[in-house]
Design a protein around this ligand. Structure first.
Ligand code: SF4
Length: 457
């Protein structure tokens, strides 16, 4: 991909709140009022299908809180908690698999958090045995784990490898010492470097690094230094997130207000810097916050139009169901999403009572499934082929989505997309505005309150 240049006037124009579309309908539309029997019927039917399976396990623990964090975490230094949690994960998987899960091929596994490497190396191996005990072999599947360089050891890396993990993602956020102190996350570059080296020596195939812009004390020159240092590590993927300041939801974020949070204008300049620098260094801008080397599976899947959206962002496996385990995790099958209880004690209580720990769900209507397909293809392929959609959805796409298509004129004029008789293509400049374009195909967006969402840019 050629180097991109970012037009800040367009960014200002389109920077409005909107869903991230990691699911459609977005998680804000999941409800505690759902038809429990219907969901159970759908899950049972799905278990017997031949569709590929993706497994997700959520490990919520972190030893200390990074003050910018927006994740569902449990902060504790009591490592005994990890042992207990694995007992409950084992129970949850047993409950789920009790009536069999049919002949499902596991194509993908993800270990997220919190901090999965809060678990000791032996516990990571035990988690691998629990997963394999319930779901069978995962050899050859794409298996990613989130690791925290601050507490990672070579033994953790070996344990992850032995448990079947072969991809890793790590948070760095910013290398600048002043920024790190301001956000309560001290992570000198040498420990990030050591983690990358251990992972590569062990054989991990793809390494992702997360960065955040919009943190206190960040400037264009300080963040450019971080970018240079991280590019020097040659990660296969980078996710560069915009910091969302929501202290009314995450009170610890209030602490960040005492220092210099960058102005909105500085944030925009940081965004411009990130996109222009990473694309000039040869990374493909996948969309949203994600960048990948041209030969990385993510970039290849985008080219082959097999990319998918899921709760980890982008995923290389289209057509796989996600069965997720652990507190707050979200599962996904063609007809439904469901989310586990977000509170640790309540999650344990539910399993103690022998109940699946689901708290919210969304059962999709036929209409929602159509909109999901269109929004997913747009977010992943950065294009829509009207005839393909007509045949895949068994509709006349041009007629059924006429209002959405008619409402794209301003975006076409602004150079975000191009249209012809057969379809539309998002331009390189339009990749940054992909959420805005997707919103034009979301019939609920007009009626729902967008204040629940982060800004699109
Ligand atoms: S380690 Fe990750 S999940 Fe835990 S508090 Fe820090 S940012 Fe949040």
């Amino acid at each position: 991909m050629k180097e991109l240049s970012v037009d800040l006037d367009l960014v200002r124009k389109y920077d409005v709140p909107g869903p991230r579309y990691t699911s459609y309908p977005p998680a804000t539309r999941f409800s505690e009022e759902y038809d429990v029997n219907r969901l159970n019927e759908l899950i049972q039917a799905n278990k017997q299908s031949q569709r590929d399976l993706s497994l997700y396990c959520h490990i919520p623990f972190c030893e200390s809180l990074c003050w910018f964090c927006g994740c569902t975490t449990v902060i504790t230094s009591q490592h005994r908690e990890g042992t207990d949690y694995l007992d409950y994960l084992d129970r949850e998987m047993k409950l789920f698999c009790e009536e069999g899960i049919g002949n499902r091929k596991i194509v993908q596994m993800h270990l997220g958090g919190g901090t999965p490497t809060f678990l000791k190396p032996d516990e990571i191996k035990r988690l691998g045995s629990i997963i394999h005990g319930h779901f069978g072999e995962t050899t050859g599947c794409e298996a990613g784990a989130e690791v925290d360089p601050r507490r990672l050891t070579k033994e953790h890396v070996t344990a992850l490898w032995e448990a079947g993990f072969n991809r890793a993602s790590m948070g760095v956020q910013d290398n600048n010492a002043k920024v790190q102190k301001a956000v309560n996350r001290i992570q000198p570059m040498d420990i990030t470097l050591a983690s990358v080296e251990w992972l590569r020596e062990t054989g991990f195939e793809s390494i992702n690094i997360d960065l955040i812009y919009g943190l206190p004390f960040q400037t264009e020159s300080s963040f450019e230094k971080t970018l240079d240092e991280i590019i020097g590590l040659s990660p296969d993927r980078l996710a560069v997130f915009s910091y969302a300041h929501v202290p009314w939801i995450k009170p610890a974020q209030k602490i960040l207000e005492r220092d210099n949070l960058p102005t909105p204008e500085t944030k925009l300049k940081l965004l411009k810097l990130i996109i222009e620098k990473l694309t000039s260094e040869g990374y493909v801008y996948i969309g949203m916050d994600h960048f990948a080397r041209p030969d990385d599976e993510l970039a290849v899947a985008q080219k082959q139009k097999t990319l998918q959206r899921n709760f980890q962002g982008y995923s290389t496996f289209g057509g796989a169901d996600i069965h997720a385990f652990g507190m707050s995790s979200v599962s996904q099958i063609p007809d439904a999403y469901w989310q586990n209880i977000k509170d640790l004690k309540d999650y344990y209580r539910s399993l103690d009572d022998g109940k699946t720990p689901v708290s919210k769900a969304c059962l999709l209507t036929d209409q929602e499934k159509k909109h999901r397909t269109v929004i997913t293809r747009l977010m992943c392929d950065l294009s829509l082929d009207y005839d393909d959609l007509s045949s895949n959805l068994d509709i006349n796409f041009r007629e059924e989505f006429a209002t959405s298509l008619a409402g794209l004129e301003d975006m076409e004029k602004d150079g975000l997309l191009r249209r012809n008789e057969s379809g539309l293509t998002v331009t390189d400049a339009g990749r940054l505005f992909i959420r805005n374009i997707a919103m034009r195909f979301d019939p609920e967006i007009e009626s729902s309150s967008t204040t629940r969402y982060s800004k699109t840019i």
